[in-house]
Design a protein around this ligand. Sequence first.
Ligand code: FAQ
Length: 310
Amino acid sequence: PTGTEDDYFMAVIAADQKIEPRDWMPEKYRKNLIRQIAQHAHSEIIGMQPEGNWISRAPTLKRKAILLAKVQDEAGHGLYLYAAAETLGVDRAELSDMLIDGRQKYSSIFNYPTLTWADVGAIGWLVDGAAIVNQVPLCRASYGPYARAMIRVCKEESFHQRQGYEILHVLSHGTPEQKAMAQDAVDRWWYPSLAMFGPPEGESPNTAQSMAWKVKRFTNDELRQRFVDMCVGQAEILDLTLPDPGLVWNEAEGRHDYTQPDYDELFRVIKGNGPCNRERITHRKAAHEGGQWVRDAAEAYAKKKAKVSA
Ligand code: FAQ
């Protein structure tokens, strides 16, 4: 490379090549990635709770097996993402502590309760659907380990989205009570799903720099719009209504107009005051503490093995 390290770094970004763990990178780039990847990992792990709530109550054995597999996939995503974060020089145990004591965030969406079986369908369709729209561009993120993790994550999210869509399709074409349950779930999950994309332009302090570094490829609003446009046709096939009277096709713009989610509510939930924030963290803390003996045993075993082979 010629020029300074920073010139080389920016040239790699400009050429759409990947930055790898051993490459020089600006400290702010490293910090921004740790922030985003850790939040993303935490979201996957906390995201196991709302649906985990329904594993023991899934209506059939087949539904239960599918939901178990889905929730296990989320654990797997968390693990790839923690591993990707570790390539940036942080320790997973430290990240876990930061989640539990609130120094790091996780997605607002997982602070809403899952009241009925239809919520499992709505989460699959809308929450995993939003996750895919957000994460497909991250497969091209400039940081290699993050981008590569996203490729497998997106494939699995597609399966998750379809399983949710299928649950809702069965309910919405079932008895009037089942259809009402599906509609109620969509009514409750629609706006929180729109809020997953983050604050709008002007209130999103990380976007400009993140886009200049090609971590993010689109603004929060661009992806939110893409998601709305995608959902409209799918809702028609489901025969369910998206709960927004302002949702109309805008011919001139070639996109739908829609009502924005309540961003004050988003900020309240991010700050810890959503319906289930305390419950989620309490549960995570208990699970972490309950797993201490497994970590101790694994460490003791590794030490013993190292001694035998020495
Ligand atoms: N919730 O300046 P920006 C899943 C924070 S999918 C909580 O716009 P940025 C799959 C943001 O961190 C869900 N916090 O920030 C699944 C920042 O705070 P900070 C996880 C939010 O990073 C499905 C501040 O607000 N997906 O888990 C939210 O450029 C079903 C200002 O915002 C990802 O994490 C929010 N909704 O854009 C699992 C995707 N929105 O750190 C189980 C990767 C914003 O400055 C079951 N992440 N904040 O203190 C991203 O794409 C980005 O980080 C955004 C936010 C788009 C989330």
